[in-house]
Design a protein around this ligand. Structure first.
Ligand code: PMP
Length: 394
């Protein structure tokens, strides 16, 4: 039986991590995998997470199963964090999932179950897992233009032109904030135009929000999601706690299904429960409980928000430093987009050959599409990267 299996292409980012590990050069710089790192290159456990975990160790009395959709208290705090009251609670069905990836996967499965002929429109480029999961599920995918290779901003005209092809019942996948891999994001005016287009076409939005708090702030990063969720008849939201709580390996996420027709909530909730049951039964609980502890305890919540804000500002500062150094070296503003982008990533717009040269000649590792993880930098490595970018002719 096993001999019938096919080889799967290696995950490019994980392969890059291995290459970096194997590189003996002491000056090597890792701007690859999408994990936040502080100036010392460490992905720390956040203070509030440690405190909540200590409390759980001391006070948790059982590890018995939770419900199929996870602990309702987790759904409540996450709905509040993401939607901030923009939508009545009783119009939202929600299920905890293994990470944001689990939420994305369950959302796609729900779409397929409800409407097998739905096409899913994804930005070009998007997080590669969106594409591979849709392909794996045999769902039809349509790309829409997103990134302007010249300005390194959003090609909004191209995006709207491509989304004009959306038919009623098709799904439009949007990144809530901090677009991965480009770092280029919609402004509020553009979000409004997308809402108008969705209302006109009957397209159903699905929003993937994996970096809330990494861009312009916790509430600011959720403005687009809140606008969409409060404006359209139905939408799906996949939220991840991996980055903003730094609990990557705990696999903590929530899928929300919002319907203005409150009569649909029971049916939708039942389907979310069913999908969890078929795929893994009960979702992981530890990370969800940690998040719930933090968000329901005023002191822990304030400490978490303060540490997250430090993380956000440190990345913003690195963006500004890199853009300024590149301006100094190039004598032009053409790298200004790095300070405009938000989140952990920026797409430099370099060719795969240039990315390979950065690796070979400067021991600088970034993903082949020239996505760099800003959090992989520090004060010392910013000038090294800037010089390498100019030397490589980017
Ligand atoms: N969506 C996007 C756009 C992401 O970048 C990520 C993380 N790489 C996720 C979802 C899911 O992350 P996780 O499953 O680790 O929570």
């Amino acid at each position: 039986m096993f001999s019938n299996l096919k080889e799967h292409p290696a995950d490019k980012i994980l392969a890059l991590m291995q290459l970096y590990k194997d590189d003996p050069r002491p000056t090597k710089i890792d701007l690859g995998v999408g994990v936040y790192k502080n100036a010392e290159g460490v992905t720390p456990v956040m203070r509030a997470v440690k405190a909540a975990e200590r409390k759980l160790v001391d006070e948790q009395t059982t590890k018995a199963y939770v419900g199929l959709a996870g602990d309702p208290a987790f759904a409540d705090v996450m709905i509040d964090l993401v939607l901030g009251g923009a939508v009545p609670r009783d119009s939202i069905a929600a299920a905890a999932t293994p990470g944001g990836t689990g939420a994305v996967r369950q959302a796609f499965e729900l779409i397929r179950m409800a409407n097998p002929s739905a096409r899913v429109f994804v930005s070009n480029p998007t997080w590669p897992n969106h594409v591979t999961i849709l392909n794996y599920l045999g769902m039809e995918l349509v790309e829409y233009r997103y990134f302007d290779a010249e300005t390194r901003g959003v090609d909004f005209d191209g995006m709207m032109a491509d989304l004009a092809d959306v038919r009623a019942g098709d799904v439009v996948l949007l990144h809530g904030c901090c677009h991965n891999p480009t770092g280029a994001n919609l402004n509020l005016t553009e979000w409004k135009a997308v809402v108008d287009l969705l209302l006109k076409t009957g397209g159903i939005p699905m929003i993937d929000i994996a970096y809330q708090g990494f861009g312009d702030g916790l509430d600011e990063d959720a403005l687009g999601v809140r606008l969409v969720a409060s404006s359209v008849p139905e939408c799906l939201i996949a939220a991840s706690c991996s980055k903003n709580f730094g609990i990557y390996r705990e696999r903590t996420g929530l899928l929300m299904a919002v319907a203005q027709d409150k009569g649909l909530r029971g049916l939708t909730q039942g389907s979310l429960n069913f999908l969890n049951r078929q795929n893994f039964s009960f979702p992981p609980d530890h990370g969800a409980r940690v998040v719930t502890e933090i968000l329901t305890d005023a002191k822990l919540r304030a400490d978490w928000a303060a540490e997250l804000e430090e993380v956000r500002l440190s990345m913003l500062d690195l963006r500004k430093q890199l853009a300024a150094e590149l301006q100094r070296l190039s004598g032009s503003d053409r790298f200004g987009f790095i300070a405009q982008h938000r989140g952990m990533f920026s797409r430099l717009g370099a060719s795969p050959e240039m990315v390979a040269r950065l690796r070979a000649e400067h021991a600088i590792y970034m993903v082949g599409d020239s996505r760099l993880n800003i959090a992989g930098l520090n004060k010392t490595t910013v000038p090294i990267l800037a010089k390498a970018i100019i030397d490589t002719g980017i």
